[in-house]
Design a protein around this ligand. Structure first.
Ligand SMILES: *Cc1c(COP(=O)(O)O)cnc(C)c1O
Length: 476
């Protein structure tokens, strides 16, 4: 296939597509047996990395050879798509979504302004309305924007809240988070022109949830000091432990104090598809805006977040922009113009990657998969709680279980010893190629977390992992 032009003929397109498809299918089939961390052969990695830094050649290459090279790069990575990847917040990546994405890129429609592709805009809008109204429980009229991830969604939420409550005078604008709120909120505030010192850290209770009474006191004190409180952020599942803030109490507080109420449901939001999740995440439906991450708990490939808002007009108010070169644009016929709802102008038809899986598998498939994750987390909590040398301080609200080595006594020395032992345990556990876990600090103590999210993680893998943890804990 040398001497290829930019537009291959039908036979060449078909052959090229077949080559890529076969690789992807082989990859997915092989996932259960692939090691979770293949980045460790330092010398090999350095050579491989160096080879990929090379500039493109002047002359055409061969697709098969290029794919062979790519296999090397893909193999030298965390196995983020596999069943044993339980570090950070995993994302599995549905095959059906990858196909939708290929289709969307193939047809390359302009998804930013409704008049250019009204039916495809309606398709994207159906996904957003479903997320806003069915998943989050926001009222009729609520919708939003598909973004590249949770951070971008939160950024636009902060900007909309700022516009609504502060207008153009940002001085003194103050917002409220906890120490366990995702750092993307503070980053969004900084990007939105707010002062780092005005991102207030509200204390948490014993269960790591924002204390609404403490928040109320801080807001009051800030008002009296001449600041302008405008936004409170509740986590619908923190990244550290999946803990859900007391959302109904925070909604009450926001209402009383006239604040924008944002819920960061990047990790937890889609659990609302299940009965247990809906109970845990009660109060989400009272938010002004919610961050969701379909590339986490809707199992889509990386690169898809969502911001849903009670009143889309407020997103427009904060993001609308135009230029003379856009003067020929037609009317949107009541459909949204996504270009005016976020920072990006050009935007692919992002909705297809969610629409196809949702229509192909049906919502019940997602509900069942998420229920299974909640079951696995409960099972993990029970099993780890039975290991005397481990401390499993809290029942999981969702699908993240946090544990650490139990200190001998209550002394500071014992806590330091236990921290060292926890680090050692994590290292030993992660030496096993069937899994990868990550850690964090909870109560200022070293803590290992198991985050069960991908559609590929089932009981067999979790049981292997629990046996391994029990064994390695005994060996400490
Ligand atoms: C992952 C995560 C984010 C950030 O989302 P990205 O898609 O990584 O930008 C924000 N909040 C929470 C709770 C998360 O888990």
């Amino acid at each position: 296939m040398n001497e290829m032009f930019l537009e291959p003929d039908r036979a060449a397109m078909s052959e090229m597509g077949g080559l890529v498809l076969d690789r992807v299918i082989d990859f997915i089939e092989g996932l259960p047996d692939r090691p979770t961390d293949n980045t460790t052969g330092a010398a090999v990695t350095a050579d491989l990395v160096e080879s990929f830094l090379a500039a493109p050649p002047e002359q055409p290459g061969d697709l098969k050879e290029l794919l062979d090279r790519l296999d090397g790069a893909v193999g030298c990575a965390y196995e983020t798509a596999g069943p044993g990847y339980l570090a950070y917040v995993p994302g599995g990546g549905l095959y059906s979504s990858a196909l939708a994405e290929f289709y969307a890129r193939g047809i390359n429609r302009y998804g930013s302004l409704a008049f250019a592709a009204p039916a495809l805009t309606a398709l994207e809008e159906s996904v957003l309305r479903w997320m806003a109204q069915e998943v989050c429980g926001l009222p009729q009229g609520s919708a939003g924007l598909l973004t590249t991830g949770g951070s971008m969604a939160t950024f636009s939420a902060v900007v909309a809240a700022r516009q609504e409550h502060l207008g153009e005078e940002l001085d003194g604008g103050t917002l409220y988070v906890t120490q366990y709120t995702h750092h993307s909120v503070a980053k969004a505030a900084r990007l939105a022109g707010l002062k780092a010192r005005h991102v207030r850290t509200v204390p948490c209770d014993q269960d790591l949830r924002m204390d609404p009474g403490a928040a109320a006191a801080m807001i009051d004190a800030d008002r009296r000091a001449g600041l302008r409180p405008f936004l409170i952020v509740g986590s619908a599942g923190t990244t550290d432990t999946g803990t859900v803030d007391p959302l109904p109490a925070l909604a009450d507080l926001a209402e009383r104090e006239d604040l924008w109420f944002h819920v960061d449901a990047a990790y937890g939001g889609f659990f609302r598809l299940t009965e247990r999740g809906r109970r845990q995440l009660e109060g989400t439906e009272r938010a002004d805006s919610v961050t969701l991450d379909p590339h986490k708990t809707l199992f889509l490939p990386f690169g898809t977040g969502a911001l849903v808002v009670r009143d889309p007009a407020k997103l427009y108010a904060a993001h609308e922009g135009t230029g003379d070169y856009l003067q020929d644009i037609g009317t949107s016929g009541g459909l949204p113009n996504y270009a005016h709802m976020g920072p990006e102008l050009t935007h692919e038809v992002r909705g297809l990657r969610a629409w196809l899986p949702l229509h192909l598998h049906g919502v019940s498939a997602f509900r069942k998969a998420l229920d299974e994750k909640l079951d696995l987390a409960e099972h993990t909590h029970t099993a780890l709680s039975r290991i005397p040398a481990l401390e499993v301080p809290r029942r999981p609200d969702l699908s993240t279980v946090a544990f650490r080595v139990r200190p001998r006594d209550h002394s500071t020395h014992a806590a330091t010893e236990a921290d060292t032992a926890t680090r050692k345990l994590l290292k030993r556990i992660n030496n096993d190629p069937r899994l990868l876990l990550s850690s964090t600090l909870i109560d200022n103590r070293q803590t290992i977390r198991i985050c069960i999210v991908t559609h590929r993680t089932h009981a067999n893998r979790i049981n292997d992992i629990l046996d391994l943890i029990a064994h390695q804990t005994e060996q400490l």
